[in-house]
Write a protein of this length. Structure first.
Length: 151
């Protein structure tokens, strides 16, 4: 078995803190011992793993297993608020709002499309709301930058 200090040295280059490294190590152990090396295919089992929260479980379910999910990270949360798709009160509320707005069969693809759009045109912190084509289309009379609240 890999020594914890060697493991931390290997994972440190990823920029992860000790807690994250311990979670990754424990997660790997659980996957091998409890799941024969396979990744569990339910939200409940995934979220029970060390270091795996709702967003990560949603990404795995959507991208690895094709289960409809709408993972909401900070970027999607800010864009949904900026575009008027959610009030920005919480990530959970944003996820709920987006799931109500869009058909279930589009959630997995739309999640990625919003991320890629944001990287290209409407960065979470850098877009002022008057330059992005989406923001200009949604709010053609907007003249001042939009300040997006941090979640």
């Amino acid at each position: 078995m890999l020594d914890l200090h060697r493991f931390l040295a290997l994972i440190r280059q990823l920029g992860l803190a000790k807690t994250k490294a311990k979670n990754v190590r424990r997660l790997a152990q659980i996957l091998v011992t409890a799941y024969d090396g396979d990744v569990p295919q339910s939200f409940q089992e995934l979220e029970a793993l060390p270091g795996v929260g709702h967003k990560t479980a949603s990404v795995v379910m959507a991208q690895a297993f094709g289960v409809p999910a709408f993972p909401v990270d900070t970027h999607i949360h800010r864009l949904a608020q900026r575009w008027g798709l959610s009030d920005g009160s919480s990530v959970a509320r944003t996820e709920q709002n987006l799931k109500l707005l869009f058909p279930k069969e589009h959630w997995n693809r739309l999640h990625l499309q919003i991320i890629f759009w944001g990287r290209e045109f409407c960065t979470a912190r850098g877009c002022d709301g008057t330059v992005c084509p989406m923001c200009r289309e949604l709010y053609p009379k907007r003249r001042r930058p939009v300040i997006t609240r941090k979640p």
